[in-house]
Design a protein around this ligand. Structure first.
Ligand SMILES: Nc1ncnc2c1ncn2[C@@H]1O[C@H](COP(=O)(O)OP(=O)(O)O)[C@@H](O)[C@H]1O
Ligand SMILES: [Mg+2]
Length: 386
């Protein structure tokens, strides 16, 4: 259409009044269509010139907080909410864009959440004004909150059921041993050794209960991570140093293949160490006859990847989908929380975890961490240099 109009303008003198009328009608029709589309949008749109005078206000914008749809009004006088007005004014004066800024708006007894964007309107390289976009995201936010609540309730229920199941055995066992001691006391027959033995078992069960509660709390409590940019290899080396003597005594050969010069990633060291330990402990348990544990790191695309490979017993196909579930264990004295905790820690680091396993052959876990955005460019640049 633009081409058509500019061609018409070129030979404007030669057009008769009918042709001019046709062109104007065409343009008016086009304009009406555009306005209809803009008015039907769920976002509020306000077009502003360089002096922040309104050039166009769609219907939704009026509903969401602009007083009139009149043109050539200074926008600061037209915004109903004083907080939004002050905020936008400040940003506009310093020529900053605004992306996804949220405001709570009290209207009567209900609160709605408004998202606000202020973008420069650019034509042929120069700024011609700005575009203000308002969106009511109350429903979306409520929906997200409902989902989160449902999810955490569901996992809490699984966890609670798991805990109930877990504490049944130690409690039962303590009951039995206490009863035995009571009977012996009543008869007055037993030696001191007898009591020592039973008390020892009761103590162990208390330890077990305590462990279950500590693990449970760790699994349900929000994690208090403080992320710092750090080299993953250093954390891996420290952890390996800690675990190596134990591996040696179990005839497990540990091999580290750490890629040099990895970009730093955001890590909370104590949690990553714990996740690593849990994974290594599982690998050790999978190789009761000894074996080889390989830990490697590498840069893959825009992620730093950690791979933990063992040649142990592997995981049966039918268990593959369950291993991250709380309390799932195939071990006689397993807590079944190790991988639940690993998963939680990795997620807290915006990472991903996946695995590959074959029964009888071994298991590999892949953990990937995103490289912080500002460092990604550097990778690309270095790649080009080579
Ligand atoms: N490296 C591995 N090799 C074989 N099986 C594994 C490995 N890691 C995890 N598993 C399986 O996943 C289950 C759950 O692991 P985890 O959550 O750490 O609990 P736990 O170690 O207490 O059993 C284990 O019982 C085991 O069956
Ligand atoms: Mg474990």
């Amino acid at each position: 259409l633009r081409k058509f109009v500019s061609r018409a303008l070129d030979k404007f003198e030669k057009l008769d009044s009918n042709q001019v009328k046709n062109i104007i009608q065409l343009l008016a029709g086009e304009n009406e269509l555009l306005e209809m589309v803009l008015d039907s949008m769920t976002e509020g749109l306000v077009v502003l010139d360089n002096q922040f005078n309104t050039q166009f206000v769609n219907k939704t914008a009026e509903r969401l907080g602009v007083k009139t749809r009149e043109r050539e009004r200074l926008i600061w006088d037209e915004l109903r909410d004083p907080d939004i007005r002050d905020y936008l004014k400040e940003k506009a004066e310093s020529q900053e864009s605004v992306r996804h800024k949220e405001f709570s708006i009290q209207s009567g007894s209900s609160v709605s959440i408004l998202e606000l964007n202020l973008l420069p309107l650019v034509r042929e390289g120069s700024i011609e004004g700005s575009l203000l976009i308002l969106e009511d995201i109350t429903e979306r936010r409520n929906h997200e909150a409902r989902l989160r609540r449902a999810e955490s309730l569901a996992s809490l229920t699984t966890l609670a059921a798991g805990v109930a199941h877990e504490i049944k055995n130690p409690l039962g066992s303590m009951g039995i041993h206490i009863q035995l001691m009571q009977r012996a006391l009543n008869r007055g027959t037993a030696e001191r050794d007898f009591y020592d033995e039973h008390l020892q078992i009761v103590n162990e069960e208390i330890e077990r209960l305590n462990g279950i509660i500590v693990d449970f709390l760790f699994a349900v409590r929000p994690m208090d991570t403080s992320l710092r940019k750090q080299d993953l290899n250093t954390v891996v080396r420290d952890t390996l140093e800690f675990i190596e003597p134990e591996c040696e005594s179990l005839s497990i050969e540990v091999q580290a293949k750490l890629k040099m010069d990895l970009p730093d990633i955001l890590i909370d060291e104590k949690f990553i160490k714990q996740a690593l330990l849990n994974l290594i402990k599982n690998a050790m348990a999978a190789m009761p006859q000894g074996g080889r544990l390989t830990i490697s790191t590498e840069l893959k695309g825009e992620s730093v990847v950690l791979i933990l490979e063992d040649n142990g017993i592997g995981i049966d196909e039918e268990n593959m989908s369950k291993i991250f579930e709380p309390y799932f264990t195939t071990k006689e004295f397993g807590s079944g929380l190790g991988l639940t905790v690993v998963y939680k820690i990795i997620k807290e680091h915006n990472g991903e975890i996946s695995l590959n396993s074959k029964a009888g052959k071994g298991t590999s876990f892949y953990v990937s961490f995103p490289v912080p955005i500002r460092d990604k460019k550097l990778i690309g640049w270095q790649g080009e240099e080579e």
